[in-house]
Design a protein around this ligand. Sequence first.
Ligand SMILES: [Zn+2]
Length: 150
Amino acid sequence: MSSTEKCPRTEAISARVDNELVEPARIALDAHVAGCAICAPVLAEFRQLRATFAALPDVAPNVDFAFLVDRRIAATGVPKPKRQRWRWWQLAPATLGAALSLSLGGYLGGALVLGSQVAAQPAALQMAAFTAIPPGGLCPALQACNSMGR
Ligand SMILES: [Zn+2]
């Protein structure tokens, strides 16, 4: 490029300083800047700026900025947003779900307990042979010996 050609955009010169340009564009820009009285100082300024920024020390804040901002907001007198209170209708689905869960648990638990009694009943009938009344003994009334009348 000669100095009579159109100058590149400032972003392109900045990209050159950051080594972000690909090979053909970088060579063309270098050739233009070498012969241009406008672009050469811009490139030099960007390089100086980059070197200055690179020389700055890394800063690690040792202050909790959130606390400072909160304190400043509190000092302005702006009220804090209120916590949302639950309304009864917002708790209704959870309450209904809890009630259904407890009911289902009670039903299933009752089925388990009743099922175990049914399974234990034949064993109780087998143990009826060891009652105080000998087998073949007479019962004065059907319900007097046991519930089955034996
Ligand atoms: Zn130029």
